[in-house]
Design a binder for this molecule. Sequence first.
Ligand code: COA
Length: 176
Amino acid sequence: MTWAKEFVELDKSQHDRDSFDCGERELNTFIQTQAAKHMEVGISRTMLLPDCKPLPDGKYPICAFYTIAPSSIGRETLPENLANKLPRYPVPVFLIAQLAVDVEYRGQGLGKITLIKALEYLWEVNAYIKAYAVIVDCLNDGAKDFYLKYGFEVLCEYNGRTRLFILMETVAQLFS
Ligand SMILES: CC(C)(COP(=O)(O)OP(=O)(O)OC[C@H]1O[C@@H](n2cnc3c(N)ncnc32)[C@H](O)[C@@H]1OP(=O)(O)O)[C@@H](O)C(=O)NCCC(=O)NCCS
């Protein structure tokens, strides 16, 4: 099986959400039952990489996806040298709310591609509406190690998860 060339927006009529399995029930449930609803009500956007070949019902399996949303963080959660330069307001950020690769495609570089595509998308959005950083709340230690590998840093503990961040100026260096 091979993945398509482009990430596209989740479309219930075209993409087979039920067959997606990244090995994490929370993320499977999200793509299967919540991602489309969250887009309908306007709180996040899910982009995915479909398989090249459709299933017999004409729908395409999902190889990987990411979900993004605007968010904000407390200025005081940032390292002091950064926080001191910011006004005393909540700091606007972009949140990578979800990111996962189907187990069938694991270990082939698709997680890296998906993260780069998510960051590239957010960098493009940043040209129109600014965010200070990109944050992600890690589901487990494996996910944390994955993001740390690509330049994310620990921000704080949030809802029992480690929250990581990468400055938008660092993201910009990757793409500009
Ligand atoms: C984390 C995840 C996205 C990685 O996807 P993947 O396609 O297997 O990753 P890649 O093949 O692109 O690996 C890229 C690099 O990250 C490393 N990596 C991948 N998964 C890792 C993990 N769990 N822990 C540490 N490093 C990891 C790889 O070794 C590779 O490093 P290398 O280039 O030096 O060899 C995937 O395992 C997944 O979907 N997990 C379940 C969902 C999840 O936890 N998502 C994060 C939510 S916060």
